[in-house]
Structures are given as C-alpha cells and as structure tokens.
Write a protein that binds this ligand. Structure first.
Ligand code: SAH
Ligand code: SF4
Length: 379
C-alpha cells in the first residue's frame, strides 16, 4: 500500500481523510497546523495528537517533501530551489525578498503544453501535471527552510505567485486545493490579494476559478491583437483576446482586487513599438480595469527572439502611462536568466546541464518597479 501524502489535501480534504480513520474534524485542524504552520512532517513530534492517531498516521501516511537538487542564493537575497519530481523532471521555485514582502514563485507543471514562443518551459514540451502535494511542497519547504535560516517563528512568505513552470489553469484540480491551503488560516493564512494565479488565458478555467477560489489574477497578454497573439501564445487560437477580456471582466466581479494584471513580455521588434502600445490602450481602455507589468524578455538560444532595449521598454511604458494605465516594469539585472520568475527550470530536463548549472555562481537578480505607481493613473 502506498502511503497517502498529507500535502495533497486542503483542510476539508484532510478532515475527510481523518474521518475515514475515525477521527473528528478538530484533529484534522491540529494536524494541518502541525504540517503547514509549524513545518513538522514527523508524526511522532505532534505532541498534542493522541498516540493512537500518531501510530495510525505513521502506518499509512507521510508528509512528502520534494528532494532538493540545488539551492542558489544570489547577492540580493533571491533564492532559487530546484526540486526533483522524478522521472528525470525537475521544477523550480524562486523566493524574492523585498522590503515589505516576501514572494514565492511556484511551479504548477513539469513542462507546459501551451508552447509560447518566448518561453523556455514551453519549448521543453509538457511532461506532467504536478500534484497538489508537489505544488504545496514548494511553499512548505521554502517557508520553513527560510524560517529556520532566519531563526524566526514569524511568517516569511507573504505572497505567492503561480508564475513558475507550467500553466496553472491546465492543472486545475490540483491547483485549487493548493490555493485553499495557502489561504487557510490554519495553513499559510495568505490573503487572497497576495496569492496570484498567472495564466496564458484558459477562459473556461478563469470562470471556474472565479466561483471556486477567487484570488488575484494575472493574464499573460503579450500582444495587442489576435494575429500576433496567435503566434506568440498558441492558446489564443482557441480563446481569442475578446473572449479572454470578457472572462477578465467577469472574473473581477468576484476577485479580491479590482483590477487584472496584464503581463507583457517585451520582444524586440515583435510586440514593442509605440503603435503596439497604442493598440493595447484601445483594446483595454474602458473595457477591463487593469495594470500592466512589462517583462523584459529573458533570452534563450532556441527562441530566436531578442529582448527589447531598456529605452524601448521605457518608451512603451510611457505610452501606456500617458493613456492612464498603471504600468510597472519588471527588471532583471545583468544576464542572469536563471532565477527570473517566468523563466524557470528551462534546462532542467537535461540533467547534464543541471549539473553544469550547479557549478555556476548565479548573478544577482533584482525585481524593481521603475515606472508607474497608483498615482500615475487608475488603480
Ligand atoms: N503559464 C502561466 C504562468 C507561468 S509563466 C503564464 O503563462 O502566465 C509566468 C510569466 O513569465 C508569464 O507572464 C510568461 O509569459 C512569462 N515568461 C515566460 N517566458 C519568459 C521569458 N523568456 N522572458 C520573460 N518572461 C517570460
Ligand atoms: Fe506555458 Fe506560461 Fe510558458 Fe506559455 S509562458 S509556455 S503558458 S509556462
């Protein structure tokens, strides 16, 4: 009999599991707190659980952490973990400390089937969905490893962004319990506003998320018209921009924030002209309350694409800001592409390259907001 992984459950799921063992719901709550709030995976240490329950759990359940292949700490405190998910697949999580928050970028799949042209995960193809336990294990490990390192009992991670490897809304059934555990006061107690699902635009699942577990939503737009978006984000052929924007409007009826974040990867000569920016304004103005996050492209050889110059990115941002859109630019420093959110684990399927990476010192990556504050326009 394979052991049940308790990281696979949100609190309701754990309660149902415990009921199956003849235990009351409050026992599940205690267990959930031990696991997620205190980072304990050894049932023996769960001192307020009856010995009989601990023995039952030890017989049939585990708290299954993911093996860490590597951990890179860069000069500005950004930490990247590479986790082994078996079968030659690895995934990454990145912790980004800032003055007022700590953000963890989490993966939802090994590989990705959407195959966006500018994304190295997309170029790898799709391996498999992560389980709820594998999604939560990233947060579980990061949060408790950081607390131990900082010698604190306080929460370190205040924000989660589902912007690692994979398309979270194509792994919906595993995603939702993971989100619920992140939000649960007996789990990580994160605010709905501080948990962000990033999607390339799986329209029906945006609608389901609105009903099942509304959290902050980021939509990877990358183009102001269908012709260009069909090429960059192939899923657009199935769910074109107008349907996507309608889904965004519907989502806002239930969302914890009153705007959608549109991510826009800046590709030299492809989607980065002033005319593209004006077209974007025409597309979204008066239609979807939104903010723009411009992401300088992290180049990788097979893409055949280049990063827009800083001047171009700034000029593009100025057009959006002048049109009243709050616009931020995500800055990656130097040529360090390895720890940048959204460019995760691009090389992990090839173990040789993983090992090469282990011997390489990462350069610092900084994420800063250089343009646009709520004062610049609508918020
Ligand atoms: N699949 C989801 C979430 C993971 S990708 C999505 O597409 O939204 C997270 C973000 O990183 C997306 O906005 C994606 O477009 C962006 N991204 C992917 N590859 C990138 C690259 N090479 N450079 C910059 N951003 C990239
Ligand atoms: Fe998948 Fe997102 Fe990469 Fe597109 S950008 S291939 S949806 S991970």
């Amino acid at each position: 009999m394979t052991a049940v992984n308790l990281l696979d459950f949100d609190l309701d799921g754990l309660a149902a599991y415990c009921e199956g063992l003849g235990e009351k719901r409050f026992r599940a709550t205690q267990l959930f707190r031990w696991i997620h709030q205190r980072g304990v995976g050894d049932f023996e240490l769960m001192s307020d659980l009856a010995k009989s329950l601990r023995a039952k759990l030890a017989d049939r359940a585990v708290v299954q952490a993911l093996p860490v292949i590597s951990e890179h700490v860069s000069a500005d405190g950004t930490i990247k973990w590479l986790f082994d998910v078996g079968g030659g697949n690895a995934i990454e999580s990145v912790f980004i400390p800032e003055d007022d928050r700590g953000t963890l970028c989490v993966s939802s799949q090994a590989g990705c089937a959407v195959a966006c042209r500018f994304c190295s995960t997309g170029h790898q193809g799709f391996s498999r969905n992560l389980t709820t336990g594998e999604i939560l294990a990233q947060l579980w490990h990061a949060e408790h490893a950081l607390r131990r390192r900082m010698d604190t009992a306080e929460r370190v991670i205040s924000n989660v962004v589902m912007m690692g490897m994979g398309e979270p809304l194509q792994n919906y059934s595993a995603l939702v319990p993971a989100l619920r555990a992140m939000l649960d006061d007996n789990g990580y107690g994160l605010s709905r506003r501080r948990v962000t699902v990033s999607t390339s635009g799986v329209v029906p699942m945006i609608d389901r998320l609105r009903g099942d577990c509304p959290v902050a939503l980021a939509v990877s737009l990358h183009a102001p018209n269908d012709a260009l978006r069909d090429d960059l984000v192939p899923l657009n052929r199935k769910y074109p921009i107008s349907e996507l924007l309608d889904a965004c409007s519907r989502y806002l009826e239930a969302a914890p924030r009153d705007f959608i974040t549109f991510e826009y990867c800046m590709l030299d000569g492809v989607n980065d002209t002033d005319e593209h920016a004006r077209e974007l304004l025409r597309l979204v103005q008066g239609r979807v309350p939104c903010k723009f996050n411009l992401i300088p492209f992290n180049p990788f050889p097979q893409s055949g694409l280049k990063r827009s110059s800083n001047e171009r990115v700034q000029a593009f941002a100025r057009v959006l800001i002048a049109g009243g859109l709050v616009t931020t630019v995500r800055k990656t420093r130097g040529d360090d592409i390895d720890a940048a959110c959204g460019q995760l684990a691009g090389e992990v399927q090839d173990r040789t390259r993983v090992l090469q990476k282990l011997g390489r010192r990462p350069k610092p990556v900084r994420v800063t907001t250089v343009a646009g504050t709520p004062a610049d326009g609508q918020s």
